[in-house]
Design a protein around this ligand. Structure first.
Ligand code: HEC
Ligand code: HEC
Length: 224
């Protein structure tokens, strides 16, 4: 009987895990990061470990997280919970990149290295990038009405919601198209139940205006 009860308890736990998986992941990552940050010495050691591990990443993302290659996202000042969560998504195949680089890389990293890298890049400074001010202004109202609900009025995001302020336009355009069209012919795939609803049916012009506005947010909220 006791065996039966523990089996049922196990099964119930398993079912709960299945449905609340994503939220659980985010909460667990957040708690671990907060624990590290609450101990200044440990935090410094983790950042240092991340800096060393970042040598290879700089080929594409830049040593300081400012990418200078098309299609590669800036990691500088990104929120560390989001970064760690994306690592896990590359690892479990939920997210695929066009060259497979991120997926193969992630599997060579231990979970604590992933977190150290995320915390290192979160601690770097994002450089501002040029944008088209006419397009940026045209994208502002839509962003503030819709996208700000999760990413914040300033685009800084939090926890599982990416910081998008100051991100590269080319990367943002490709990413929004991936969420909208699934297949963009570049062997990349990414899905998000939250994002899809907000880009379904969006025309390319709106998408581009939003991307310019998002880049402009690297300087703070621009005037109309
Ligand atoms: C050969 C180039 C290359 C190298 C090297 C590389 N990356 Fe990437 N990385 C990319 C590309 C391209 C993407 C975007 C993939 C996509 O969305 O299709 C990406 C995406 C990411 C993302 C998701 C960011 C977001 O905003 O969602 C993280 C996190 C990341 N990389 C971390 C790293 C780290 C840490 C390293 C070093 C251990 C690294 N990458 C090395 C090319 C690279
Ligand atoms: C209901 C919440 C929600 C809303 C509203 C929302 N997003 Fe997102 N967004 C997310 C989440 C969650 C992610 C991370 C998805 C994942 O895990 O891959 C994300 C990811 C992104 C990314 C990718 C960031 C990166 O570094 O790869 C971009 C770009 C983005 N959103 C832009 C937008 C824009 C533009 C809008 C408005 C049209 C918008 N979002 C509205 C929740 C939201």
């Amino acid at each position: 009987m006791r065996k039966m009860i523990s089996y049922l308890a196990f099964l119930a736990g398993f079912l709960v895990l299945g449905t609340a998986h994503a939220a659980d992941d985010i909460a667990t990552i957040k708690a671990e990061i907060e624990a590290i940050k609450s101990d200044p010495e440990r935090y410094q050691a983790v950042i240092e470990k991340g800096r060393e591990a970042a040598d290879f990443c700089q080929l594409c993302h830049g040593q300081d997280g400012n990418a200078d290659k098309p299609g590669v996202p800036n990691l500088a000042q990104q929120n560390p919970v989001y970064l760690t969560d994306q690592f896990n998504k590359f690892a479990n195949g939920e997210r695929e990149d066009f060259t497979g680089v991120m997926q193969s890389l992630v599997n060579t990293l231990e979970p604590e290295d992933r977190m150290a890298l995320a915390m290192y890049f979160a601690d770097t400074s994002l450089k501002t990038l040029p944008y088209d001010s006419v397009k940026a202004k045209a994208g502002k109202a839509h962003f503030q009405r819709v996208c700000s609900i999760c990413h914040g009025a300033d685009g800084l995001g939090k926890e599982g919601y990416a910081r998008i302020a100051g991100q590269r336009q080319d990367y943002v355009v490709d990413t929004l198209k991936m969420f909208r069209d699934k297949d963009i012919g570049k062997w990349r795939s990414r899905e998000s139940s939250m994002m899809t609803a907000y880009v379904t049916g969006m025309d390319d012009q709106t998408l581009e205006q939003l991307a310019h506005y998002i880049t402009s947010l690297g300087e703070g909220i621009i005037a109309d």
